[in-house]
Design a protein around this ligand. Structure first.
Ligand SMILES: NC(=O)c1ccc[n+]([C@@H]2O[C@H](COP(=O)([O-])OP(=O)(O)OC[C@H]3O[C@@H](n4cnc5c(N)ncnc54)[C@H](OP(=O)(O)O)[C@@H]3O)[C@@H](O)[C@H]2O)c1
Length: 211
């Protein structure tokens, strides 16, 4: 799905947001960002991103066509559960036990970390994406790919939102790699061999097949 001129909200304004928002703006979209510590910390980020970026409240971010969740995993559960009842929500978070603490359902693989996120936000149409590679590499990978091939990025979750996200990935120079429903995102979360694995589509296919 080729989507042009979207308004994309970001919860969090750190490393992930700064790189992804920059790539989305370059592709012709605009972004609304919110953070934890307020405008004094957010304003320099907005200025660096330029006129297609604006600061907003959590409620304003939640109203955007697509919302990217880019906060530490444990911070997700401090957010109001009702916020994203109507949202297309992209979970870019990773569950890192040393940073985030214990989440038994995820650690015992009863639930994918993104399913726990979806459980926290009833009504949200959730897709897991943009979590596997260090964002410091995404600018380069989006422009040059890997050895001349586009880098493939896995995504999983709500079918309609996946189409939107896949379209965005293509605009950024990546090949979307559909892994299935949200439960299947367990295959490429932070405790798997897919984490930090950069490859083209064929390499990603081989890696998933080897699991
Ligand atoms: N770094 C990577 O390469 C990478 C790649 C893929 C996925 N991830 C995952 O993506 C997530 C974000 O990573 P990051 O590297 O961008 O982290 P980061 O640089 O530490 O940024 C985290 C952001 O979350 C904001 N935040 C925290 N609690 C919040 C709340 N309750 N409401 C609104 N904003 C809140 C912080 O606000 P303040 O700015 O006000 O402190 C900060 O802007 C993590 O789950 C990480 O594991 C990271």
């Amino acid at each position: 799905m080729e989507v042009l001129g979207m308004k994309i909200g970001f919860v969090g304004a750190g490393h992930v947001t700064q790189v992804l928002a920059g790539l989305f703006i370059k592709a012709g979209h605009s972004v609304v960002l919110t953070n934890k510590h307020g405008l004094a910390k957010l304003q320099p980020v907005i200025e660096k991103l330029g006129p297609q970026a604006q600061a907003g409240s959590l409620a304003q971010v939640a109203q955007q066509e697509l919302v990217i969740l880019a906060v530490p995993f444990k911070a997700v559960f401090d957010l109001d559960s009702k916020l994203f009842a109507d949202s297309a929500l992209v979970d870019a978070t990773n569950y890192l036990p040393r940073r985030d603490g214990a989440y038994e359902e995820v650690q015992t693989h009863q639930l994918a970390s993104s399913q726990l996120v979806a459980k926290h936000f009833p009504g949200a149409r959730v897709v897991k994406a943009f979590n596997t590679l260090p964002v410091a590499n995404l600018n380069d990978l989006s422009q040059k790919g890997l050895a001349g091939n586009p880098t493939a990025l896995p995504l999983a979750g709500d079918a309609g939102v996946k189409l939107q996200v896949a379209g965005l990935m293509r605009q950024l120079g990546f090949t979307p790699y559909d892994v299935g429903d949200l439960a299947a995102s367990q295959k490429f979360q932070a405790d798997t061999p897919l984490f930090l694995f950069a490859s083209n589509e064929a390499g990603l296919k081989r890696k998933f097949a080897s699991l």
